[in-house]
Design a protein around this ligand. Structure first.
Ligand code: NAD
Length: 456
């Protein structure tokens, strides 16, 4: 198929490269950012994703992918357009659809000239009703064509995870295919012909809501675990991990298959931490909450997910401050700036409010991230606060610090406790913001261990 991919961020570029790699597709990418387009054409993606640079260079060399800023050039002879532009949130939590709107108008303007029945498929995460209520009329207005007659319309949400995005694209768990008409369903089936996974055929609105519910469900696990952690800390003499282990050893959570207890991956989300971040979970929960409120149903449970999540970075700083007897003049090493391991993306990373709060309370911060790209992105997002020094090496960043705060669970930070003791000052604090490390190991190494949900 000849495919145009609109927006070449994490989802757009990974999808474009992935489809170009699969037999039978040719891809042209469109982005309004000239620098991104030039970088793609030179085989140098600006974002960090494992395996992406190699595959990008391969599909460019095979002439199966190129990029442009020109919609007319991109849409001249395509059969399918994938809309992958960003859908950030507004200050009130509502979804900001300005990029979707502008893409829909530009696509519509080009469809007038197209000899094909072009199917426009939305891949961006959009609140239920957007594809039919906004994208459809904008394209009809700009093109003078009718949906289902002059062009097709579809919505197929993306579930890839940053850090393992290419792998997720090539081997998804399932595909949700929402379409306006039968020809659009057929186009989606052709698009995903190589993906031998369950394919769910639904209407546009169901596809849109499925994506939000999938993310809200994961976020719910984290915020529930965090609420229990906050309670455990007040009760005292409890390590919340022991409580949660006792819960998920229930066979309804961790069934026995062929004589072995199996721990479903979703339980990885049922673990307290210093807050979830990234460009998806926080904004998607807020957008769904806002949509629900707009419909006259303020959703108490969805509201609670965000309320608890926002508390966690501040809570971590308060716990650390209490343990150290204040933060003024104290050097604190913050381990991790990216919102999760495997990526340089710092959008909504808990490291942002944590470092801001540490600095506001007078601390000096050694900000450590193994990826130089994450440090660059963090500096841009954090307005480069004073009293923050940046390190890619764990040992260098720990040197001279009175406390180490585990924020992003990079494998690079999983070194033995004795290595922490070696680099930190004697009797220093290791504060586990991820419920990841063994308290006894740190105590034995001569450090003070503390963490979210740990009250022993
Ligand atoms: P992003 O911000 O990384 O990239 C969006 C790109 O769109 C940018 O390069 C921007 O320049 C471009 N753009 C904006 N307006 C444009 C226009 N009118 N024409 C052409 N290009 C335009 O976004 P992302 O993280 O890739 O997310 C894209 C969508 O996918 C969002 O709705 C997001 O919620 C969803 N999503 C993201 C992820 C993820 O892990 N990042 C996973 C699943 C779904």
């Amino acid at each position: 198929m000849r495919i145009a991919v609109i927006g070449t961020g994490y989802v757009g570029l990974v999808s474009a490269v992935g489809f170009a790699h699969l037999a039978g597709h040719e891809v042209i990418c469109v982005d309004t950012d000239r620098e991104l387009v030039d970088r793609i054409n030179h085989g140098e993606p600006v974002l960090h994703e494992s395996g992406l640079p190699e595959l990008l260079r391969e599909v460019i060399a095979a002439k199966k992918l190129r990029a442009t800023t020109d919609y007319a050039e991109a849409l001249a002879n395509v059969e399918l357009v994938l809309v992958c532009v960003g859908t950030p949130y507004l200050p009130n939590g509502a979804i900001d659809l300005c990029y979707v709107e502008s893409a829909a108008k530009s696509i519509g303007a080009e469809l007038v000239r197209s000899p094909n029945y072009v199917v426009v498929a939305v891949k961006s995460t959009v609140v239920p009703g957007t594809t039919e209520g906004l994208v459809l009329p904008l394209i009809e207005l700009a093109s003078g064509l009718r949906a289902g007659q002059g062009f097709g319309l579809a919505m197929t949400p993306e579930f890839l995870r940053e850090g393992v995005a290419l792998e997720d694209f090539l081997h998804p768990d399932r595909l949700v295919l929402g379409a306006y008409d039968d020809r659009s369903y057929s186009a989606l089936e052709q698009l995903y012909a190589a993906h031998q996974v369950p394919k769910q055929r639904v209407n546009l609105r169901t596809a849109e809501l499925t994506k939000y519910v999938a993310n809200a469900y994961l976020a719910l696990h984290i915020s529930f675990a965090n609420e229990i952690a906050l309670l455990a800390e007040r009760l005292g003499s409890i390590d919340v991990r022991e409580v949660l282990e006792g819960v998920y050893l229930d066979k309804r959570h961790a069934p026995e298959i062929d004589g072995q207890r199996v721990q479903p991956q979703v339980l990885n989300y049922f673990v307290p931490n210093c807050g979830f971040g990234g460009s998806c979970l926080p904004k998607d929960v807020m957008a769904l909450t806002h949509k629900s409120r707009e419909l006259g149903f303020p959703p108490p449970l969805l509201d609670g997910i965000t309320v608890i999540n926002r508390k966690m970075p501040q809570h971590l700083v308060e716990r650390v401050s209490a343990k150290l007897g204040g933060l003024r003049g104290v050097t604190v090493a913050v381990l991790g700036l990216a919102f999760k391991p495997g990526t340089d993306d710092v959008r909504e990373s808990p490291a942002l409010p944590i470092i801001q709060a540490l600095v506001a309370r007078g601390a000096y911060v050694h900000a450590i991230d193994p990826l130089a790209g994450a440090i660059l992105n963090f500096k841009a997002a954090a307005d480069n606060p004073e009293r923050v020094e940046y390190f890619t090496s764990l040992a260098d960043g720990l040197t001279g610090a009175a406390a180490a705060l585990l924020v992003t669970p990079w494998p690079e930070f999983d070194v033995p406790a004795k290595d922490y003791a070696h680099a930190l000052a004697g009797g220093a604090l290791f504060f586990d913001g991820r419920c990841r490390r063994d308290p006894a190991e740190f105590t034995a190494a001569g450090l003070i261990y503390d963490g979210i949900g740990y009250a022993k």
